[in-house]
Design a protein around this ligand. Structure first.
Ligand code: COA
Length: 384
């Protein structure tokens, strides 16, 4: 395999977009290419994710984006893996570039749903669960993650404040991030007073519905030896799957796909969790951040809540988690989320993170889950 780098990455502000997903996708793709010092004509393959394109009556967005970039003859492919769509695209880009099938590959994720009401958006999102057994019987993502939160609380008796401390931390980080949907810190009191959405999850346990677009440029070291920005070396690109239906899983105290992807990733990277400086993890709900930290091997089962309450995962803590604000507060525009996590790593490692900069940014891990864990990607990056 060839040494493969992320040479550029860019996103817009997540939240509410006035432009369409395809327009936003083309714009951030140009910005990412510009940051890399790579011309669109150098792109050999484009991997696009736009899981809910039908909300804008548009499928097959790859050729439209390539046409907007002036490269209509470049092959493209749409990758759908629910909330982990663009990290699946990144994995495909890595495979193509590391394997020598393309010298430069572009990964783009974009979503626009803000024109839908909450009920319609909820039913679109629920298509990521199993329609036959879950969705048709009324399950939604807040409900499914509430089931995980209930199982966790029942087993470990953790206080509501442990979930709340994830929300408070991620809102504080997002308040320093110009790309974030929410840019207002919250207090634990605000969290505890917020309405219950699906018990025990409250409003501030949930990620919002966000529009957004993000792009990542992946290149072989030999193809772009002197990129304009400091490249991120892709040390690992791992994916795993698991049973979709929660009622068929052996236990609800974690996501098996995260554990499997993490094991592969650490093996590929020849690194241990103790060597990772900061993480961007999939916190679609606060319980998801706690489960991720335990499944990824950073904390023993049942202890991530206490560590969060004690500030270990804060921006200035021992190991910062979600310095971007995470899905919880930076936002979760589904297909843009995985690529957006890489934008955060790129900005942290290139000194572009401003007031949200972490103290040490030599190695980083991104973790992106599809729905309740039917699919998962883990990537590990380091500076040269
Ligand atoms: C939590 C949720 C139900 C709230 O929806 P809602 O009750 O219709 O809320 P609204 O859109 O009417 O917004 C009401 C207010 O709450 C805010 N808000 C909405 N969702 C929020 C969230 N998740 N966190 C913080 N604030 C939120 C809005 O900004 C708005 O604030 P304002 O009155 O100051 O403008 C919705 O955001 C949700 O379902 N989130 C989960 C999405 C999801 O499942 N994603 C997939 C994960 S796998």
């Amino acid at each position: 395999m060839r040494e493969t780098w992320v040479v550029g990455a860019a996103s817009n502000r997540f939240g509410k977009m006035t432009e369409s997903a395809r327009e936003a996708a083309a714009r951030v793709a140009l910005e990412a290419l510009d940051r890399a010092g790579v011309e669109p004509r150098q792109v050999g393959y484009t991997f696009v994710s736009n899981a809910f394109g039908l909300a804008e009556h548009q499928g097959h967005v790859g050729p439209l984006i390539n046409t907007a970039l002036g490269i209509p003859d470049v092959p493209s492919c749409t990758i759908e893996s629910a909330c982990s769509s663009s990290s699946a695209g990144l994995h495909e880009a890595f495979v193509h570039v590391a394997g020598g099938f393309a010298d430069v590959a572009l990964v783009v994720g974009a979503e626009k749903l803000s024109h839908l009401d909450t009920l319609t958006a909820t039913s679109y999102f629920a298509t990521g669960a199993d329609y036959a057994y879950e969705t048709r019987n009324g399950a939604t993502f807040p409900g499914l993650y509430a089931t995980l939160a209930n199982a966790y609380q029942h087993r470990f008796q953790i206080p509501a404040e442990a979930f709340g401390s994830v929300a408070v931390k991620n809102h504080a980080n997002a308040a320093l991030n110009p790309h974030a949907h929410f840019q207002k810190p919250i207090t634990l009191d605000t969290y505890l007073r917020s309405p219950v959405i699906a018990s025990p999850l409250r409003l501030y346990d949930c990620c919002p519905f966000s529009d957004g677009a993000a792009a990542v440029v992946v290149a072989a070291k030999e193809a772009v030896p002197s990129p304009s920005a400091e490249p991120l070396v892709i040390r690992a690109s791992a994916r795993a799957g698991s049973i979709v239906d929660m009622h068929d899983r052996p236990d609800l105290l974690g996501l098996p796909a995260t554990r499997a992807a993490a094991e592969k990733a650490f093996r590929q990277a020849k690194l241990a969790p103790s060597q990772i400086d900061f993480l961007e993890v999939h916190d679609c709900f606060t319980i998801a951040e706690l489960l991720a930290l335990e499944d990824l091997g950073f904390y023993p089962r049942g202890t991530a809540g206490r560590a969060t309450l004690e500030g270990e995962t804060a921006r200035d803590g021992r190991r910062p988690v979600n310095p971007s604000g995470g899905l919880k507060a930076k936002g979760h525009p589904v297909s843009a989320t995985g690529a957006g996590q890489v934008v955060e790593v790129f900005e942290q490692m290139n000194g572009l993170a401003g007031r949200r900069a972490v103290a040490r940014a030599e190695t980083a891990l991104t973790h992106n889950v599809g729905a309740t864990g039917g699919s998962c990607s883990v990537h590990i990056f380091s500076r040269r």
